[in-house]
Design a protein around this ligand. Structure first.
Ligand code: PEP
Ligand code: MN
Length: 339
């Protein structure tokens, strides 16, 4: 349930409600909006004396939360969550669409700095690049690991771009937290609940990719794990789902973008690279995603896609990235956004 405070309720009023809520054995999440504060209460409500809370000073009303994901739902918070990323504190989920681009994997200093410069020059706000790679085969390149993280940090210092990189397991959290600005949870890990809970305790934004066979509700409940554990800075990333179709690597369901914008206040990013698997499909699907209302894009770009260590076929080159961002500006403008 949500306890809606009256406009003008101060910290003492809210603290008093929080105290009552805890006395009834519920967990609380206080959400400060622009004109109202609400206290979302999670837990077994059977032993709660609702009257005691309803009659507390400056409480307006109590509303039940019907959706299974409580904290991620627009029922609890209608205002869109803006997640600030990187040294320039770009607000993902705000008016501006944010483009994050970079290689699938960090391969060398030269490769990373070349693409980082191109990503910056194109007008992007973030640099992606895997240091720990979750590969389908144990014999494929597994990433440069800590050395890759250090190169990403160097690229951030040089460009000001926010570094987005994947955390593949519990044992790599500390290292990734030390170097990254946004911690990416890969599709294969969307339901790694101990990992999600641990990421609820770190002080950095988390980009949660949709599992390749996860339903929308399962994805939002995975986000709920992170928020409920204490980290509200969650960004959702659609990266395509598994279907019977074979001309694409994954099927990119862009209908989730408007649907998510109704169901959740969290920023929504689309990955048209894994979502198609083919570089020639990336520009059109990027434009379609922005037209559909995406807050950002996660795009694989490589200085030499033909020789990429992973995902070369879906990676675009620096020139295509520059042209793509230019065309995205027009699309953003057409739908009332900026880029
Ligand atoms: C990636 O971003 O390179 C990646 C491994 O993505 P996903 O988890 O969506 O497959
Ligand atoms: Mn990849």
């Amino acid at each position: 349930m949500i306890v809606v405070m009256k406009p003008g309720a101060d910290k003492d009023h809210v603290d008093h409600v929080v105290k009552l809520v805890r006395e009834f054995g519920l967990r609380d999440h206080v959400i400060y909006g622009t004109d109202r504060t609400v206290v979302a209460c999670i837990g077994d409500k059977r032993s709660v004396d609702k009257g005691a809370i309803e009659n507390a000073p400056m409480v307006e009303r109590i509303v039940p939360i019907l959706s299974p994901y409580k904290m991620a739902s627009t029922e609890v918070k209608r205002e869109r969550t803006q997640v600030e990323i990187g040294p320039l504190q770009f607000a993902l989920g705000g008016e501006k669409v944010g483009i994050i681009a970079g290689p699938c994997a960090v391969e060398s200093r030269e490769q990373l700095l070349r693409i980082a410069d191109a990503v910056k020059a194109a007008g992007c706000v973030g640099l992606r690049g895997g240091a720990f790679k979750p590969r389908t085969s144990p014999y494929s390149f597994q990433g440069m690991r800590e050395e890759g993280l250090k190169l990403l940090a160097e690229a951030r210092d040089r460009t000001g771009l926010a570094v987005v990189t994947e955390v593949t397991g519990l044992e790599t959290i500390d290292a990734v937290v030390e170097y990254a600005d946004v911690l990416q949870v890969g599709a294969r890990n969307m339901q790694h609940y101990p990992l999600l809970e641990s990421l609820g305790k770190v002080g950095k934004p988390v980009m949660l990719k949709r599992g390749m066979s996860a339903k929308l509700d399962e994805w939002l409940l995975a986000a709920e794990y992170i928020i409920d554990a204490g980290n509200p800075r969650v960004i959702l990333c659609e990266r395509g789902i598994r279907t019977y179709e074979e001309y694409v690597r994954f099927t990119l369901p862009l209908t989730v973008v408007p649907e998510l914008r109704e169901r959740t206040h969290l920023p929504v990013v689309v990955d048209p690279s894994h979502g198609t698997g083919h570089a020639h499909l990336v520009p059109a699907m990027s434009r379609a995603a922005v037209a559909a209302g995406a807050d950002g894009l996660l795009i694989e770009a490589h200085p030499d896609p033909e020789h990429a260590a992973s995902d070369g076929a879906q990676s675009i080159d620096p020139k295509s990235l520059g042209e793509l961002v230019k065309s995205l500006r027009k699309v953003a403008q057409a739908v009332g956004r900026e880029l």
